[in-house]
Design a protein around this ligand. Structure first.
Ligand code: FMN
Length: 396
Protein backbone atom coordinates (compact mmCIF):
# COMPACT_ATOMS: atom_id res chain seq x y z
CA UNK A 1 0.00 0.00 0.00
CA UNK A 2 2.74 2.44 0.99
CA UNK A 3 4.59 1.67 -2.24
CA UNK A 4 1.45 2.18 -4.30
CA UNK A 5 0.65 5.47 -2.57
CA UNK A 6 4.21 6.67 -3.26
CA UNK A 7 3.88 5.71 -6.94
CA UNK A 8 0.49 7.44 -7.22
CA UNK A 9 1.79 10.57 -5.52
CA UNK A 10 4.71 10.76 -7.94
CA UNK A 11 2.35 10.38 -10.89
CA UNK A 12 0.39 13.29 -9.46
CA UNK A 13 3.43 15.54 -9.22
CA UNK A 14 4.29 15.24 -5.53
CA UNK A 15 6.83 13.26 -3.47
CA UNK A 16 4.57 13.47 -0.47
CA UNK A 17 2.75 10.09 -0.38
CA UNK A 18 -0.72 10.20 1.15
CA UNK A 19 -4.13 8.52 0.99
CA UNK A 20 -5.28 9.02 -2.65
CA UNK A 21 -8.28 11.19 -1.67
CA UNK A 22 -5.87 13.90 -0.49
CA UNK A 23 -3.92 14.17 -3.74
CA UNK A 24 -4.22 17.56 -5.44
CA UNK A 25 -5.88 17.89 -8.85
CA UNK A 26 -5.70 20.47 -11.60
CA UNK A 27 -8.34 21.40 -14.18
CA UNK A 28 -7.07 24.10 -16.55
CA UNK A 29 -5.75 26.80 -14.15
CA UNK A 30 -7.88 25.63 -11.23
CA UNK A 31 -5.98 23.80 -8.50
CA UNK A 32 -7.90 21.63 -6.07
CA UNK A 33 -6.40 20.65 -2.72
CA UNK A 34 -7.97 17.18 -2.74
CA UNK A 35 -10.36 14.87 -4.59
CA UNK A 36 -13.48 15.37 -2.47
CA UNK A 37 -16.38 17.35 -3.93
CA UNK A 38 -19.56 18.56 -2.26
CA UNK A 39 -22.14 17.40 -4.79
CA UNK A 40 -24.86 19.81 -6.00
CA UNK A 41 -27.85 19.68 -3.66
CA UNK A 42 -30.99 21.80 -4.05
CA UNK A 43 -31.96 23.58 -0.84
CA UNK A 44 -35.46 24.53 -2.03
CA UNK A 45 -35.60 27.66 0.11
CA UNK A 46 -34.71 30.58 -2.17
CA UNK A 47 -37.29 33.29 -2.82
CA UNK A 48 -37.48 34.66 -6.37
CA UNK A 49 -34.27 32.74 -7.07
CA UNK A 50 -32.31 34.68 -4.44
CA UNK A 51 -29.80 32.80 -2.28
CA UNK A 52 -29.93 34.16 1.29
CA UNK A 53 -28.40 33.63 4.73
CA UNK A 54 -29.37 29.94 4.65
CA UNK A 55 -27.23 29.48 1.55
CA UNK A 56 -24.33 31.47 3.05
CA UNK A 57 -24.29 29.25 6.13
CA UNK A 58 -24.93 26.03 4.17
CA UNK A 59 -22.20 26.55 1.57
CA UNK A 60 -19.90 28.36 3.99
CA UNK A 61 -19.98 25.52 6.45
CA UNK A 62 -19.31 22.88 3.80
CA UNK A 63 -16.40 24.92 2.41
CA UNK A 64 -14.99 25.02 5.97
CA UNK A 65 -15.39 21.22 6.06
CA UNK A 66 -12.33 20.53 3.92
CA UNK A 67 -13.63 19.37 0.50
CA UNK A 68 -11.47 20.67 -2.34
CA UNK A 69 -14.45 21.64 -4.51
CA UNK A 70 -17.96 22.75 -3.73
CA UNK A 71 -20.88 22.77 -6.16
CA UNK A 72 -23.91 25.04 -5.96
CA UNK A 73 -27.32 23.47 -6.24
CA UNK A 74 -28.88 23.57 -9.73
CA UNK A 75 -29.14 27.31 -10.24
CA UNK A 76 -31.71 28.16 -12.86
CA UNK A 77 -31.22 30.44 -15.83
CA UNK A 78 -34.76 31.88 -15.80
CA UNK A 79 -37.81 32.00 -13.50
CA UNK A 80 -39.65 29.43 -15.66
CA UNK A 81 -36.50 27.28 -15.78
CA UNK A 82 -36.76 26.61 -12.03
CA UNK A 83 -37.71 23.16 -10.81
CA UNK A 84 -39.56 24.56 -7.78
CA UNK A 85 -40.37 28.02 -6.43
CA UNK A 86 -37.50 27.44 -3.91
CA UNK A 87 -34.72 26.97 -6.49
CA UNK A 88 -31.89 29.47 -6.73
CA UNK A 89 -31.48 31.44 -9.94
CA UNK A 90 -29.04 33.60 -11.80
CA UNK A 91 -30.91 35.82 -14.20
CA UNK A 92 -30.50 39.25 -12.53
CA UNK A 93 -27.92 41.42 -10.81
CA UNK A 94 -29.45 41.10 -7.34
CA UNK A 95 -28.94 37.32 -7.56
CA UNK A 96 -25.40 37.87 -8.86
CA UNK A 97 -24.58 40.03 -5.82
CA UNK A 98 -26.19 37.58 -3.40
CA UNK A 99 -24.04 34.77 -4.87
CA UNK A 100 -20.99 37.05 -4.80
CA UNK A 101 -21.32 37.39 -1.02
CA UNK A 102 -21.25 33.58 -0.63
CA UNK A 103 -18.42 33.08 -3.12
CA UNK A 104 -16.37 35.78 -1.37
CA UNK A 105 -16.84 34.09 1.99
CA UNK A 106 -15.68 30.76 0.56
CA UNK A 107 -12.62 32.33 -1.05
CA UNK A 108 -11.66 34.59 1.83
CA UNK A 109 -12.06 32.07 4.63
CA UNK A 110 -11.30 28.67 3.08
CA UNK A 111 -9.13 27.10 0.35
CA UNK A 112 -12.19 25.46 -1.29
CA UNK A 113 -13.05 26.22 -4.90
CA UNK A 114 -16.63 26.87 -5.97
CA UNK A 115 -18.45 25.58 -9.08
CA UNK A 116 -21.73 27.02 -10.30
CA UNK A 117 -24.19 24.43 -11.61
CA UNK A 118 -26.47 26.01 -14.23
CA UNK A 119 -29.62 24.35 -15.48
CA UNK A 120 -33.12 24.63 -16.86
CA UNK A 121 -35.80 22.34 -15.46
CA UNK A 122 -37.63 21.60 -18.74
CA UNK A 123 -40.58 19.26 -18.28
CA UNK A 124 -39.71 18.73 -14.58
CA UNK A 125 -40.31 22.41 -13.79
CA UNK A 126 -43.14 24.01 -11.83
CA UNK A 127 -43.12 21.25 -9.21
CA UNK A 128 -43.25 21.00 -5.43
CA UNK A 129 -40.35 21.39 -2.98
CA UNK A 130 -38.10 18.37 -2.34
CA UNK A 131 -39.74 17.54 1.00
CA UNK A 132 -43.28 17.93 -0.44
CA UNK A 133 -44.62 15.79 -3.34
CA UNK A 134 -41.43 15.81 -5.38
CA UNK A 135 -41.86 15.97 -9.20
CA UNK A 136 -45.61 16.70 -8.78
CA UNK A 137 -47.10 19.97 -10.07
CA UNK A 138 -47.66 22.85 -7.64
CA UNK A 139 -51.13 22.95 -6.05
CA UNK A 140 -51.56 26.46 -7.57
CA UNK A 141 -49.72 29.05 -9.65
CA UNK A 142 -48.07 26.60 -12.04
CA UNK A 143 -46.13 28.16 -14.89
CA UNK A 144 -45.98 26.79 -18.48
CA UNK A 145 -43.18 24.28 -19.02
CA UNK A 146 -41.12 23.30 -22.08
CA UNK A 147 -39.19 20.22 -23.20
CA UNK A 148 -37.68 18.60 -26.28
CA UNK A 149 -41.04 16.90 -26.97
CA UNK A 150 -44.56 17.34 -25.54
CA UNK A 151 -44.47 14.31 -23.22
CA UNK A 152 -45.50 14.79 -19.56
CA UNK A 153 -43.16 13.41 -16.87
CA UNK A 154 -45.95 11.73 -14.87
CA UNK A 155 -48.68 10.55 -17.22
CA UNK A 156 -52.04 11.99 -16.15
CA UNK A 157 -50.42 14.07 -13.37
CA UNK A 158 -47.78 16.40 -14.81
CA UNK A 159 -48.45 19.33 -17.12
CA UNK A 160 -47.74 18.54 -20.79
CA UNK A 161 -44.71 20.60 -21.82
CA UNK A 162 -44.59 22.72 -24.95
CA UNK A 163 -42.13 21.46 -27.56
CA UNK A 164 -39.24 23.93 -27.65
CA UNK A 165 -39.44 26.01 -30.85
CA UNK A 166 -36.40 27.43 -32.65
CA UNK A 167 -37.19 30.86 -31.18
CA UNK A 168 -37.40 29.27 -27.70
CA UNK A 169 -34.00 27.65 -28.29
CA UNK A 170 -32.48 31.07 -29.04
CA UNK A 171 -34.04 32.45 -25.86
CA UNK A 172 -32.86 29.57 -23.65
CA UNK A 173 -29.36 29.67 -25.14
CA UNK A 174 -29.15 33.42 -24.48
CA UNK A 175 -30.31 32.83 -20.89
CA UNK A 176 -27.52 30.30 -20.32
CA UNK A 177 -24.98 32.79 -21.69
CA UNK A 178 -26.39 35.63 -19.55
CA UNK A 179 -26.21 33.43 -16.43
CA UNK A 180 -22.63 32.51 -17.36
CA UNK A 181 -21.65 36.20 -17.48
CA UNK A 182 -23.35 36.81 -14.12
CA UNK A 183 -21.65 33.73 -12.65
CA UNK A 184 -18.28 34.99 -13.80
CA UNK A 185 -18.89 38.32 -12.12
CA UNK A 186 -20.07 36.55 -8.97
CA UNK A 187 -16.56 35.07 -8.84
CA UNK A 188 -17.18 31.35 -9.39
CA UNK A 189 -14.09 29.26 -10.22
CA UNK A 190 -15.81 26.73 -12.43
CA UNK A 191 -19.09 26.16 -14.24
CA UNK A 192 -21.19 23.05 -14.80
CA UNK A 193 -23.98 22.59 -17.31
CA UNK A 194 -26.71 20.29 -16.01
CA UNK A 195 -27.49 17.85 -18.82
CA UNK A 196 -28.73 15.05 -16.55
CA UNK A 197 -31.81 13.87 -14.66
CA UNK A 198 -34.35 14.62 -17.40
CA UNK A 199 -34.14 18.42 -17.22
CA UNK A 200 -34.31 20.54 -20.37
CA UNK A 201 -30.91 19.82 -21.96
CA UNK A 202 -31.08 16.16 -20.89
CA UNK A 203 -34.53 15.87 -22.47
CA UNK A 204 -32.87 16.40 -25.87
CA UNK A 205 -30.26 13.69 -25.30
CA UNK A 206 -32.48 10.75 -24.39
CA UNK A 207 -34.57 9.03 -27.08
CA UNK A 208 -37.23 8.46 -24.41
CA UNK A 209 -37.89 12.19 -24.06
CA UNK A 210 -36.86 13.45 -27.50
CA UNK A 211 -39.20 12.29 -30.26
CA UNK A 212 -38.80 15.35 -32.45
CA UNK A 213 -39.20 14.89 -36.19
CA UNK A 214 -36.87 17.86 -36.97
CA UNK A 215 -33.06 18.11 -37.04
CA UNK A 216 -32.96 18.35 -33.20
CA UNK A 217 -34.27 14.80 -32.81
CA UNK A 218 -33.63 11.41 -34.39
CA UNK A 219 -30.21 9.82 -33.94
CA UNK A 220 -27.68 10.99 -31.36
CA UNK A 221 -26.22 13.56 -33.77
CA UNK A 222 -29.62 15.25 -34.00
CA UNK A 223 -30.37 14.91 -30.29
CA UNK A 224 -27.00 16.44 -29.41
CA UNK A 225 -27.49 19.47 -31.65
CA UNK A 226 -29.21 21.82 -29.17
CA UNK A 227 -27.22 20.80 -26.04
CA UNK A 228 -24.03 21.33 -28.05
CA UNK A 229 -25.23 24.72 -29.24
CA UNK A 230 -25.70 25.81 -25.61
CA UNK A 231 -22.37 24.29 -24.62
CA UNK A 232 -20.49 26.13 -27.39
CA UNK A 233 -22.10 29.46 -26.49
CA UNK A 234 -21.34 28.99 -22.78
CA UNK A 235 -17.76 27.84 -23.39
CA UNK A 236 -17.19 30.96 -25.51
CA UNK A 237 -18.51 33.16 -22.69
CA UNK A 238 -16.53 31.40 -19.93
CA UNK A 239 -12.80 32.25 -19.60
CA UNK A 240 -10.29 29.86 -21.16
CA UNK A 241 -8.44 29.40 -17.86
CA UNK A 242 -11.56 28.27 -16.00
CA UNK A 243 -12.84 24.71 -16.26
CA UNK A 244 -16.25 23.64 -17.47
CA UNK A 245 -18.00 20.39 -16.57
CA UNK A 246 -21.15 18.68 -17.81
CA UNK A 247 -23.38 16.51 -15.64
CA UNK A 248 -24.85 13.60 -17.58
CA UNK A 249 -27.16 10.68 -16.96
CA UNK A 250 -24.97 7.91 -18.33
CA UNK A 251 -27.95 5.56 -18.52
CA UNK A 252 -31.72 6.05 -18.27
CA UNK A 253 -32.14 2.70 -16.47
CA UNK A 254 -35.06 2.10 -18.85
CA UNK A 255 -35.65 0.13 -22.05
CA UNK A 256 -35.14 2.20 -25.18
CA UNK A 257 -33.04 4.82 -23.35
CA UNK A 258 -29.58 6.23 -24.05
CA UNK A 259 -27.25 3.52 -25.40
CA UNK A 260 -23.58 3.06 -24.51
CA UNK A 261 -22.61 4.13 -28.04
CA UNK A 262 -24.70 7.32 -27.72
CA UNK A 263 -23.15 8.02 -24.33
CA UNK A 264 -19.59 7.71 -25.60
CA UNK A 265 -20.32 9.71 -28.76
CA UNK A 266 -21.87 12.52 -26.66
CA UNK A 267 -18.93 12.67 -24.27
CA UNK A 268 -16.47 12.74 -27.17
CA UNK A 269 -18.40 15.69 -28.64
CA UNK A 270 -18.38 17.50 -25.26
CA UNK A 271 -14.64 16.98 -24.97
CA UNK A 272 -14.08 18.41 -28.44
CA UNK A 273 -16.06 21.52 -27.43
CA UNK A 274 -13.80 22.21 -24.43
CA UNK A 275 -15.45 20.33 -21.57
CA UNK A 276 -12.86 19.41 -18.94
CA UNK A 277 -14.77 17.10 -16.62
CA UNK A 278 -17.79 14.81 -16.92
CA UNK A 279 -19.91 14.59 -13.77
CA UNK A 280 -21.30 11.09 -14.19
CA UNK A 281 -24.74 10.57 -12.71
CA UNK A 282 -27.54 8.33 -14.02
CA UNK A 283 -31.30 8.12 -14.49
CA UNK A 284 -34.20 10.33 -13.41
CA UNK A 285 -35.07 10.70 -17.10
CA UNK A 286 -38.36 8.81 -16.82
CA UNK A 287 -40.47 8.00 -13.77
CA UNK A 288 -40.61 4.29 -14.72
CA UNK A 289 -36.81 3.82 -14.49
CA UNK A 290 -35.41 0.66 -12.84
CA UNK A 291 -32.08 1.69 -11.30
CA UNK A 292 -29.78 -0.86 -9.69
CA UNK A 293 -28.64 0.80 -6.46
CA UNK A 294 -25.69 -0.22 -4.31
CA UNK A 295 -22.41 1.05 -2.90
CA UNK A 296 -20.68 3.37 -5.44
CA UNK A 297 -23.28 2.20 -7.97
CA UNK A 298 -22.57 4.84 -10.61
CA UNK A 299 -18.76 4.54 -10.45
CA UNK A 300 -18.64 1.95 -13.29
CA UNK A 301 -20.06 4.62 -15.63
CA UNK A 302 -17.45 7.20 -14.52
CA UNK A 303 -14.80 4.53 -15.12
CA UNK A 304 -16.10 3.75 -18.61
CA UNK A 305 -16.29 7.41 -19.67
CA UNK A 306 -12.87 8.25 -18.22
CA UNK A 307 -11.00 5.32 -19.64
CA UNK A 308 -12.73 4.91 -23.00
CA UNK A 309 -12.79 8.60 -23.94
CA UNK A 310 -9.78 9.92 -22.01
CA UNK A 311 -11.47 12.72 -20.08
CA UNK A 312 -11.49 13.50 -16.36
CA UNK A 313 -14.57 12.24 -14.51
CA UNK A 314 -16.36 12.94 -11.27
CA UNK A 315 -17.91 9.81 -9.72
CA UNK A 316 -21.01 10.23 -7.57
CA UNK A 317 -23.72 8.10 -5.97
CA UNK A 318 -23.64 6.26 -2.67
CA UNK A 319 -19.98 7.03 -2.08
CA UNK A 320 -20.04 7.49 1.69
CA UNK A 321 -16.86 6.00 3.15
CA UNK A 322 -13.38 7.55 2.77
CA UNK A 323 -12.17 4.16 1.55
CA UNK A 324 -14.66 4.35 -1.33
CA UNK A 325 -12.98 7.58 -2.43
CA UNK A 326 -9.47 6.21 -1.92
CA UNK A 327 -10.20 3.08 -3.93
CA UNK A 328 -11.95 4.91 -6.81
CA UNK A 329 -9.08 7.41 -7.15
CA UNK A 330 -6.32 4.82 -6.64
CA UNK A 331 -7.79 2.51 -9.27
CA UNK A 332 -8.14 5.31 -11.83
CA UNK A 333 -11.91 4.88 -12.10
CA UNK A 334 -12.50 8.62 -11.67
CA UNK A 335 -10.48 11.74 -10.88
CA UNK A 336 -12.81 13.23 -8.27
CA UNK A 337 -15.59 11.88 -6.05
CA UNK A 338 -18.74 13.83 -5.19
CA UNK A 339 -20.41 13.18 -1.87
CA UNK A 340 -23.97 14.49 -1.48
CA UNK A 341 -26.14 13.13 1.38
CA UNK A 342 -23.25 12.45 3.79
CA UNK A 343 -22.42 16.16 3.56
CA UNK A 344 -25.91 17.01 4.81
CA UNK A 345 -25.30 15.12 8.04
CA UNK A 346 -21.65 16.09 8.33
CA UNK A 347 -20.35 19.26 6.62
CA UNK A 348 -16.85 18.42 7.96
CA UNK A 349 -16.79 15.01 6.24
CA UNK A 350 -13.31 15.60 4.79
CA UNK A 351 -11.83 16.95 8.04
CA UNK A 352 -13.05 13.86 9.84
CA UNK A 353 -11.77 11.55 7.08
CA UNK A 354 -8.30 13.13 7.37
CA UNK A 355 -8.24 12.68 11.15
CA UNK A 356 -9.43 9.09 10.82
CA UNK A 357 -6.64 8.26 8.37
CA UNK A 358 -3.96 10.13 10.32
CA UNK A 359 -3.33 12.47 7.38
CA UNK A 360 -1.67 15.50 9.00
CA UNK A 361 -1.64 18.04 6.16
CA UNK A 362 -5.38 18.59 5.75
CA UNK A 363 -6.30 22.28 6.09
CA UNK A 364 -8.52 23.07 9.09
CA UNK A 365 -9.96 26.46 10.03
CA UNK A 366 -7.59 27.92 12.65
CA UNK A 367 -10.59 28.56 14.85
CA UNK A 368 -11.24 24.79 15.01
CA UNK A 369 -7.69 23.46 15.57
CA UNK A 370 -8.38 22.45 19.17
CA UNK A 371 -11.13 20.17 17.84
CA UNK A 372 -8.71 18.67 15.29
CA UNK A 373 -6.16 17.66 17.94
CA UNK A 374 -8.77 16.08 20.19
CA UNK A 375 -10.43 14.21 17.30
CA UNK A 376 -7.07 12.83 16.12
CA UNK A 377 -6.15 11.64 19.64
CA UNK A 378 -9.52 10.01 20.21
CA UNK A 379 -9.59 8.28 16.84
CA UNK A 380 -6.02 7.03 17.33
CA UNK A 381 -6.94 5.64 20.76
CA UNK A 382 -10.07 3.95 19.36
CA UNK A 383 -7.96 2.38 16.56
CA UNK A 384 -5.43 1.07 19.09
CA UNK A 385 -8.18 -0.46 21.22
CA UNK A 386 -9.79 -2.05 18.15
CA UNK A 387 -6.42 -3.51 17.05
CA UNK A 388 -5.41 -4.85 20.50
CA UNK A 389 -5.89 -8.58 21.15
CA UNK A 390 -8.94 -9.25 23.30
CA UNK A 391 -8.06 -9.82 26.97
CA UNK A 392 -10.37 -12.66 28.07
CA UNK A 393 -10.17 -11.64 31.75
CA UNK A 394 -11.43 -8.18 30.90
CA UNK A 395 -14.01 -9.57 28.48
CA UNK A 396 -15.47 -11.77 31.18
C1 FMN B 1 -31.37 17.07 -1.24
C2 FMN B 1 -30.72 16.77 -2.56
C3 FMN B 1 -30.74 17.73 -3.57
C4 FMN B 1 -30.12 17.49 -4.80
N1 FMN B 1 -30.06 18.48 -5.73
C5 FMN B 1 -29.32 18.31 -6.84
C6 FMN B 1 -29.09 19.40 -7.72
O1 FMN B 1 -29.49 20.54 -7.49
N2 FMN B 1 -28.38 19.16 -8.85
C7 FMN B 1 -27.89 17.90 -9.15
O2 FMN B 1 -27.26 17.72 -10.18
N3 FMN B 1 -28.06 16.87 -8.30
C8 FMN B 1 -28.74 17.05 -7.16
N4 FMN B 1 -28.86 16.02 -6.25
C9 FMN B 1 -28.18 14.74 -6.54
C10 FMN B 1 -26.81 14.67 -5.83
O3 FMN B 1 -25.91 15.65 -6.32
C11 FMN B 1 -26.17 13.28 -5.97
O4 FMN B 1 -25.94 13.02 -7.33
C12 FMN B 1 -27.05 12.16 -5.39
O5 FMN B 1 -27.60 12.54 -4.14
C13 FMN B 1 -26.24 10.88 -5.18
O6 FMN B 1 -25.15 11.12 -4.29
P1 FMN B 1 -25.16 10.62 -2.74
O7 FMN B 1 -25.40 9.14 -2.78
O8 FMN B 1 -23.80 10.97 -2.21
O9 FMN B 1 -26.27 11.34 -2.03
C14 FMN B 1 -29.49 16.23 -5.03
C15 FMN B 1 -29.51 15.27 -4.02
C16 FMN B 1 -30.07 15.53 -2.80
C17 FMN B 1 -30.02 14.46 -1.72
Amino acid sequence: MAGYERWLATRNGTDNARPPMFLPFKLRELELANRVVVSPMAQYCARDGMPDDWHLVHYGHRAMGGAGLLYTEMTCVSPEGRITPGCTGLWNEAQRDAWRRIVDFVHERTPAKFCLQLGHSGRKGSTQLGWEKIDHPLPADNWPIVSASPIPYLEGVSETPQELSRADMDKVCAEFVHATHLGLRAGFDMLELHMAHGYLLASFLSPLTNQRPDEYGGDIHGRLRFPLEVLKAVRAAWPGGKPLSVRISATDWADGGLSDEDLLLSVRAFKEEGVDLIDVSTGQTVAWQRPVYGRMYQAPFADKVRNEIGIATLAVGNIYDPDHVNSIIAAGRADLCAIARPHLANPAWTLEAAAEQGYPDQWWPKQYLAGKHQLERNLQRAAQIAAAPLNMDEAS
